[in-house]
Design a protein around this ligand. Structure first.
Ligand code: 5AD
Ligand code: SF4
Length: 497
């Protein structure tokens, strides 16, 4: 695999196909008496979500509109994830469900992209068992989508376009549809060089490629000027930003430059690797109040022996040092993590070390995973795989401890009045809104009577009340109650009417 910097000419060649595709889609819509629609189903991490925003940007640029929930789309794209085995299983189950729809609408276009496409056995399976899938492409091939659509629509052939190269495409040249009114996802780098022995990502997303800081910052300035309140800087390992380039600024410097741009209330970043995070990043977070008071620092295991076999390049002591420095410097911030239980060779003693570090760090929340054997990774061939019953038992113990810590963290903010960035309607009830604190805590809250917005009183009990109208607004919310995975509150006042 090699990194290929896509030339402007090549990118223009793909983009030049957009007008003719647009014409064709418009004609098909007129013929049918209804515009053609699309749906993108996204699995996995925020990088996939960001990729889907590019896919949607391209689909909308050729004139497709997003299908409503009850509509069968004309163009359906599955953006897949393969980080754990259950992610694979879900895709094939979901694909099967679309067979009948394709039979009813022969012109329906179904494509599968994302990380699963970098595993040849998945391509073979689709070739053989899912003949109604029209195209497959890889996570680095999104910019080629106009050409894939062109080939399929004009030559009526199945297209398998998963390239071996790690393209570096600067996002400014690809249309992006930001799904949320308030949040812009901005990849700062692609790929991963770490080869943690359990992980498929370096195989599916290739080597680290950093975007230029000049491009990133000019994109951020544009986003701030167009009203985005929150920006999320994305990369598998943001702390190694720039290492693949000469004369590039460090991640801490990039974060500082982003924080200086007027307009953003929240700058978030994901994911930090404990081996690469510098103290400078922590001090930068402390210095700028518009950087989220939250650090996600995947620990994976608390045992130095396991960390070594995971190829993580840090031990328990180093992890604790960073975590505790963060706790000391930003005492009001939240610290979250990822933990894998049942990694090959994990002994009871290793597992107890994990529980011990969890207690010492008092994570505010954690994503906990049972080790999943991924073909092609080093750990998949380790001889000492852990029996499922032991994994289940340890997983239960970890969950019990972490749930108690998460709850106690939620309890600790009851009584506070915090600034919330409103995300819209909650999953609980139509008159309950949802949003996040600056420390990324999920808050469900009501608007009590007597609250005014633009001189008008809000009535959240009215039948035409639409909580989504507040998406992207900032408000002060008083936190009244802790729940296991969220907190409840009541709106005190809007900040930016
Ligand atoms: N099994 C279980 N969890 C995994 N993760 C990555 N690969 C695996 C695997 N093979 C988890 C890690 C990582 C998160 C995104 O997914 O904890 O940080
Ligand atoms: Fe996977 Fe490790 Fe890279 Fe994260 S740092 S994407 S866990 S290989």
């Amino acid at each position: 695999m090699s990194t290929v910097i896509l030339s402007q000419d090549e990118l223009s060649r793909y983009n030049s196909l957009i007008p003719s595709l647009k014409k064709r889609i418009a004609e098909a819509g007129i013929e049918r008496g209804q515009p053609l629609t699309y749906r993108v189903k996204t699995y996995g991490c925020q990088l996939n979500e960001s990729d889907s925003e590019k896919i949607e940007g391209i689909l909308q640029s050729i004139g497709l509109i997003e299908a409503s929930e009850d509509q069968s789309p004309d163009f359906l794209i599955f953006n897949t994830c393969t980080i754990r085995e259950n992610a694979d299983i879900r895709l094939f189950g979901n694909l099967g469900a679309y067979k009948a729809q394709k039979r009813q609408n022969r012109d329906m276009f179904i494509a599968v992209c994302g990380c699963m496409m970098k595993q040849q056995e998945n391509i073979e399976r689709i070739k053989k068992s899912f003949p109604y899938v029209d195209a497959c492409f890889g996570p680095a091939d999104i910019h080629m989508l106009p050409s894939i659509l062109d080939k399929k629509l004009n030559q009526r052939k199945r297209v398998f376009a998963v390239s071996d190269e790690d393209y570096l495409v600067d996002d400014v040249d690809v249309p992006v549809l930001h799904k949320r009114k308030f949040r812009a996802l901005v990849p700062i780098m692609y790929g991963c060089n770490n080869f943690c022995t359990y992980c498929v990502v370096p195989y599916t997303r290739g080597r680290e490629r950093s975007r230029s800081s000049a491009q990133i910052l000019s994109q951020l300035r544009e986003l701030a000027a167009s009203g985005y309140k929150e920006v999320m800087l994305l990369g598998q390992n943001v702390n190694s930003y720039g290492n693949d380039k000469e004369d590039e600024i460090s991640f801490a410097e990039l974060l500082e430059e982003a924080a200086k741009i007027p307009g953003f209330s929240r700058i978030r970043f994901m994911t930090s690797h404990p081996k690469d995070i510098s103290e400078e990043v922590i001090y930068t977070m402390k210095k700028y109040k518009n950087i989220e008071r939250h650090l996600h620092l995947p620990m994976q295991s608390g045992s130095s022996a396991v960390l070594k076999r995971m190829n993580r390049h840090y031990d328990q002591e180093q992890y604790l040092k960073t975590a505790l420095l963060f706790r000391k410097e930003l005492p009001d911030a939240t610290l979250t993590t990822d933990i894998i239980v049942g990694f090959p060779g994990e002994t009871e003693e290793d597992f107890l070390a994990t529980l011990d570090v969890v207690e010492k760090c008092r994570f505010d929340s954690a994503f906990t995973f049972q080790y999943s054997r991924r073909p092609g990774t080093k750990a998949a061939d380790y001889p000492d795989q852990i029996p499922q019953d032991i994994v289940t038992e340890r997983f239960g113990r970890l969950l019990e401890l972490q749930n108690a810590l998460t709850f106690s963290s939620n309890e600790s903010c009851v009584g506070n009045t915090e600034e919330i960035l409103i995300e819209g309607k909650s999953a609980t009830a139509p008159d309950v809104l949802t949003g996040r604190t600056n420390s990324n805590r999920l808050v469900n809250f009501r608007i009590p009577s007597g609250i005014q917005l633009n001189g008008k009183e809000i009535d959240s009990t009215a039948s035409d009340f639409d909580a989504d109208q507040f998406e992207g607004m900032l408000a002060m919310v008083s936190i009244t109650r802790a729940k296991p995975y969220s907190v409840e509150g009541e709106l005190v006042r809007f900040i930016d009417e």
